[in-house]
Design a protein around this ligand. Structure first.
Ligand code: MG
Length: 206
């Protein structure tokens, strides 16, 4: 047994509301002029209908998502219009990007662990250079399961080659954090960037 057994050796980041903020309202406003549905109803189709869940668990492809979106909303634009509207919803959370950069500079392996989808990942890769600087990525649409399902946490353990207290995990959703803590991970409920930074520093990682 290592003396460092309780000290985490890798950091696993949730993406949305941790490293990048996002607002599906922006997407809804862009799509609204070409849609029959308007306002809150349109936004709910985007972020609260079963469609997004099916898309983010890889059950439906991007063209299938688009086809279903058209049939529900009466959208008259193209898949290109729909895809482009996904691009503008993200904005960086600078304090957390600095924390990520410091961990990289210290040689700490860092991973992305996200409930997400093909369109979002494509746009984020193109818009945000920091996103290339991770040691691995666990995406719900590739694994076929979403947090807080155990299967996607197992995928993180497989990708990092770590488990239990070797993993420091940062996420803004309590149910996701609980599932990580239940596996013995150091789980940080992210609310304020400065608080999260202090927790990471407290583990001696930055
Ligand atoms: Mg999140």
């Amino acid at each position: 047994m290592s003396l460092n057994m309780s000290k985490p050796s890798v950091v696993v980041f949730d993406l949305g509301k941790v490293l990048l903020d996002f607002d599906y309202g922006i997407m809804a406003r862009q799509l609204e002029p070409l849609s029959r549905l308007k306002g809150v109803e349109l936004k709910q189709v985007i972020d609260q209908s079963p469609l997004l869940h099916q898309y983010e668990t890889g059950q439906i492809s991007t063209p299938q998502l688009f086809e279903a979106f058209v049939s529900v909303t009466g959208f008259s634009g193209t898949l290109g219009d729909f895809s482009a509207a996904f691009a503008d919803i993200f904005s960086p959370i600078e304090t957390m990007l600095e924390l990520h950069a410091r961990l990289r500079a210290r040689g700490v392996p860092v991973f992305i662990f996200s409930n997400t989808n093909e369109l979002a990942v494509g746009h984020i890769r193109r818009q945000f250079p920091f996103f290339a600087n991770f040691d691995g990525y666990v995406f719900s649409h590739e694994v076929g399961a979403m947090k807080p399902t155990a299967r996607i946490y197992e995928a993180v353990e497989a990708m990092t080659g770590k488990q239990g207290t070797e993993i420091l995990y940062i996420d803004d959703r309590p149910e996701n954090i609980e599932a990580g803590a239940a596996r013995g991970w150091h789980a940080v409920f992210h609310q304020q960037p400065q608080e999260t930074r202090q927790v990471v520093a407290g583990h001696g990682l930055v």
